[in-house]
Design a protein around this ligand. Structure first.
Ligand code: GLU
Length: 281
């Protein structure tokens, strides 16, 4: 049975782009007689706010999108991230890294989907693990996993190339996990069979596919959907003035009508769907 999820991070309010992402996940599950899960990605305790979670629940109801079961929270699952980190460490695939962002930017020779590609500075260096982030040795991990592929329902069969990110951080200095590790483990825990999310996270799926292979997790199918972008091609963002769903709800707008318009592909003036953006803008 198809299971999809909408996985917002409660570090700011939702806007129309999130409404579209939620709608794709919800409608795809409903069309296929499946389940739609709401997962709150709140591992970042510093930036996450419960007020936003409450807003999200109201926003989704207002859009007419009902999720199945109780919402699930990443902050309740920290032990599973630590256990996966321990397992990968025991496999010899993680190494501690103490480089700062500035050091990485200065040393990087390539730019990847998330910016400067980490050049592997700490891979063979003695570092103090107590103050380190833990990176995946992607070359060693790929050698162990062998060739991997994955399927996006729109883009088709993909050969996994997680090396485009370099050695990604899996356990952050300040947090129990990185997005890559937490999202991959949770998709397995939540029994997600179809991961729907924006095109900006297309490349992240290469890393997630590798983690699934290393941790013996089931492999879902993906569906990366277009993003809502401004006239200059940048994706909608609250910080650039995209009105929040909460503000629109409180102003008395009709959420179900907004959902209907999105389904029909009707967008407000100045906003359009991105075409095939596979990289973070
Ligand atoms: N929490 C992520 C976000 O808000 C969602 C990532 C995903 O769907 O995998 O962008």
């Amino acid at each position: 049975m198809t299971r999809t999820r909408f996985a917002p991070s409660p570090n700011g309010p939702l806007h129309l782009g999130h409404a579209y992402a939620a709608l794709v996940a919800h409608d795809t599950a409903r069309e296929r007689g499946g389940r739609f899960i709401l997962r709150i990605e709140d591992i970042d305790g510093e930036r996450s706010r419960t007020e936003f979670v409450e807003e999200f629940l109201c926003d989704l109801e207002w859009l007419g999108l009902a999720w199945d079961g109780e919402a699930v929270f990443q902050s309740h699952r920290l032990a599973s991230y630590t256990a996966a980190g321990d397992r990968l460490r025991a496999m010899g695939l993680l190494y501690p890294c103490t480089c700062t962002r500035a050091e990485i930017a200065a040393a990087a020779r390539e730019t990847g989907p998330d910016g400067p590609v980490y050049p592997g500075t700490c891979r063979h260096r003695e570092t103090d693990p107590a103050h380190a982030a833990w990176r995946l040795d992607v070359g060693a991990a790929m050698a162990l996993a062998g060739p991997l592929d994955w399927v996006d329902e729109t883009a088709g069969l993909q050969i996994a190339t997680p090396q485009v990110f370099g050695d990604v951080v899996l356990l952050r200095k300040d947090l129990p996990a990185s997005y890559h590790l937490a999202a991959t483990l949770d998709d397995a825990t939540d029994g997600i069979t179809l991961v729907t999310r924006g095109m900006d996270l297309f490349a992240a799926s290469h890393v997630h596919r590798l983690l699934q292979a290393l941790l013996d997790l089931p492999v879902p199918t993906w569906l990366h959907h277009p993003l809502l972008v401004e006239a200059n091609g940048r994706k909608l963002a609250k910080r650039r003035g995209a009105p929040s769903l909460g503000d629109r709800r409180r102003a008395g707008e009709d959420g179900r009508a907004i959902a209907r318009a999105l389904r029909a592909g009707v967008l407000p003036a100045g906003i359009s769907f991105s075409q095939g953006v596979h990289q973070a803008p």
